[in-house]
Design a protein around this ligand. Sequence first.
Ligand code: FAD
Ligand code: SF4
Length: 512
Amino acid sequence: MGLLRLVLGDQLSHDIAALEGIDPGRDVVLMAEVMGECTYVPHHKQKLVLVLSAMRHFAEELRARGIPVDYIRLDDPDNTGTLSGELARAVARHRPAGIVATFPGEWRVLEAMRGWEEVLGLPVDIREDVRFLCPLPRFRRWAQGRRQLRMEFFYREMRREAGLLMDPDGPVGGQWNYDAENRRRLEPGTMPPPPRRFPPDPVTQGVMDLVAARFPGNFGTLDAFAWPVTAAEAEAVLADFIAHRLSRFGDYQDAMAAGEPILFHALVSTSLNLGLLSPRACCEAAEAAFRAGRAPLNAVEGFIRQILGWREYVRGLYWLKMPDYARLNALEANRPLPWSWWGGETRMNCLKQVVRQTRDLAYAHHIQRLMVTGNFALLAGLDPAQVNEWYMAVYADAFEWVELPNTHGMAIHADGGIIASKPYAASGAYINRMSDYCRLCAYDVKAATGPEACPMNALYWDFIARHERRFSANPRMAMPLQTLRKMAPEKRDALRAQAAAFLAGPEMRPEA
Ligand code: FAD
Ligand code: SF4
């Protein structure tokens, strides 16, 4: 017998390392749907359907290429429920000479993999995941000896190495970063083109029935499921984005609007994270649109920075800092998640909009995740472990290597500044500037105290006051600290009392 080649649910790429050199006459691919992976966090129903359906489609594509696949379904009566259990059963069935796997996307899974050789008594070859543009040893070399690991400097090196948006004498346009141009609010009457959608085919429909029956209590609805589940569909989503939305991606990257969940975003994270799309292909398609004069530089640079910069950077950081990173709680936050995050009543329109669309689509774009839920979690001092679990649970693209640094690092500063040099804290004014949420809100964004005052305002000043000592050491926090210190003591007390009343009130009722 040849080798048993393991392909996990987020490794659905035909060039995945575990399949390299496969001998279809001797080797077998193992793919297994297991309860342990479906339940280690209470995933959104759409995420479960997405991963299981994409796995089933990928197995069919392998078979069509003549590659034998041993595929274990979730409802197989002998299914042990764990990856290790299914591997042991497959070893007993096929008696392979060894196991070949690809480096996983989570510390938890790597830990399990490391024990397999001993448990199974077979050689286990864990190969590097070559789908990323920055190999992990390369990231470690970049990080070595640096006092600060800022994304911007990593990104510039990646641009040079990948040769993306480069002229012979430096970055195209003379600047590395055009973020300052990417902060427009959506003007009334601007109509983002509807994204490409895929109604469920019979395979997806079968998985939807399974998920509806097995996970009825999980967060989210399935009605609007339209995620790409094959590489061909993922490529169609990318092409649709490049043709219809990329040109305004930059301008409206930070905008938010009620009833417009996607705006000009790409909707490619699920496909990238499952392996249906390659990061290089996304960047090259965007650059080609720029070179052909179909998209401006601020849009294309912004898009490439997200993928070549942020995406590669957070992955490198995750593997550099785990497992300790998951336990960091630099701001000593410990408040439980409020019920409103799981769909409970709230008068805060910004939160209501983001949670509602998350329930319906398993999607929110970056600024919604960062500046609405993330900002609220930061200001209210929500427990990092619960915040992390929520983000892992509710988004279709959530995999720990990318979710955890974004949550603990970028959104709630639990890592004490490893990723962001200062907390992304904002009052209601930011949300009012970048969205129309406040116009339709029961609270008054211009008020900081009183029964109708926007909670983000008092929470913001309470947050700054709560961490005054810690932030004194951070020059980037000088401005809010100065304002706080100049504030009349009565005003400061009133703001803190307002925040305390909100935090003790019905909006913060913990999860039922
Ligand atoms: P676009 O806005 O169109 O961006 C294009 C691509 O760039 C994305 O598909 C993604 O692959 C990449 N990208 C953009 N921003 C980031 C970032 N900060 N980190 C890594 N990649 C980025 N992204 C995930 O893929 N999975 C997650 O679980 C996840 N959790 C997040 C949690 C928080 C608190 C925050 C603030 C961000 C999180 N992100 C996560 C990053 C980002 O919000 C999503 O990648 C993006 O919203 C996906 O939608 P899109 O494909 O339309 O992205
Ligand atoms: Fe959110 Fe405050 Fe605006 Fe209401 S007023 S939408 S709570 S920021």
